[in-house]
Write a protein that binds this ligand. Structure first.
Ligand code: CP
Ligand code: NVA
Length: 305
């Protein structure tokens, strides 16, 4: 039996599909009961998380409950995956019990192997390469704050990581302009960048100067300098990224009504100052709240029949 679609990267979808999902998420956000009753009643959804998570885990577990389904959280230390059972065998077995599986792991290839052996949809809850569920909430937040996505100018300042890669794909699909400022050696994935630059979407550029990237931006975005799994060279990364902080001086380069975004968790005083994060232009906590609404809309789109 051919399974329904996985959600591994945004580039597997098109702009109208994402736009429809965002409209539904906004509707769900305005009216928490807007799940159409319990569209996933009787279903069981697994969460296999090989890394820590606050937002992704808890928003998905709440979303699953609100849609009428049952969630089962698994960390590798509690299942045989942590004792050497293969990813393929784990996926084959779990997908014979569950209706969808949400996976957070390290290498993106590990997620692809999981999905390739699963009989049910697999959702990417973050890999070292992509964080597409985060981008859905980011796009929803920008749409709510700015009223549109096409033509919006966003600036991403800092490490060209998984969050940056997915933001590039999302911006390209929704025809936003995105300027990234990253130090040499910390640029986003070259293939993702090249594909986005070649597409008919908005203009995507990588610069060195954060002020140039932030110039007249509608949205200023950052993420941690040291992602999960990169702790070994944390000191060097922080040194190289020191000039890529979102602070008042950088914010002054953006449009007066620019909003500040961060996927969280934040390391206050490193990639963003507390003053900016708690300031009037910060939308980071609304952005985090939108993880619930976009998570619900995504599960409904992928699973409700
Ligand atoms: N933004 C995000 O994915 O947060 P968590 O790591 O807490 O899930
Ligand atoms: N880039 C960060 C995002 C956390 C939500 C990480 O991978 O740790």
């Amino acid at each position: 039996m051919k399974k329904q679609k996985d959600f591994l990267a945004l580039s597997d979808f098109d702009g109208p599909w994402i736009a429809g999902l965002l409209d539904r998420a906004i509707e769900m956000g305005k009216s928490p009961g807007a799940g159409g009753g319990r569209p996933l009643a009787g279903k069981s959804i697994g969460l296999v998380f090989e890394k820590a998570s606050t937002r992704t885990r808890v928003s998905f577990e709440a979303a699953i409950y609100q849609l009428g389904a049952h969630s089962i959280y698994m960390n590798p230390n509690e299942i045989q995956l942590g004792r050497g059972e293969t990813v393929a065998d784990t996926a084959r077995v779990l997908s014979s019990y569950l209706d969808a599986i949400i996976v957070r792991t390290y290498a993106h290839e590990r997620l692809e192997e999981f999905a390739g052996n699963s009989r049910v949809p697999v959702i990417n809850a973050l890999t070292d390469k992509h964080h597409p569920c985060q981008t859905l909430a980011d796009l929803m937040t920008i749409l709510e704050k700015k009223g549109r996505l096409a033509g919006i100018k966003a600036a991403y300042i800092g490490d060209g990581n998984n969050v940056a890669n997915s933001l590039i794909e999302g911006a390209s699909l929704m025809k936003m302009d995105l300027s990234l400022a990253c130090p040499e050696g910390f640029e986003p994935d070259p293939l993702i960048l090249e594909k986005a630059m070649r597409s008919a979407g908005g203009e995507i550029v990588v610069l060195r100067d954060p002020k140039e990237a932030a110039g007249m931006a509608d949205v200023i975005y950052t993420d941690v300098w040291v992602s999960m799994g990169q702790e070994a060279n944390a000191g060097e990364k922080k040194d190289r990224l020191r000039d890529y902080q979102i602070n008042e001086a950088l914010l002054a380069c953006a449009k007066p009504d620019a909003v500040v975004m961060h996927c969280l968790p934040a390391h206050r005083g490193e990639e963003i100052t507390s003053g900016v994060m708690d300031g009037p232009r910060s939308v980071v906590f609304e952005q985090a709240a939108n993880r619930l609404h976009t998570g619900k809309a995504l599960l409904e789109r992928l699973m409700a029949s």
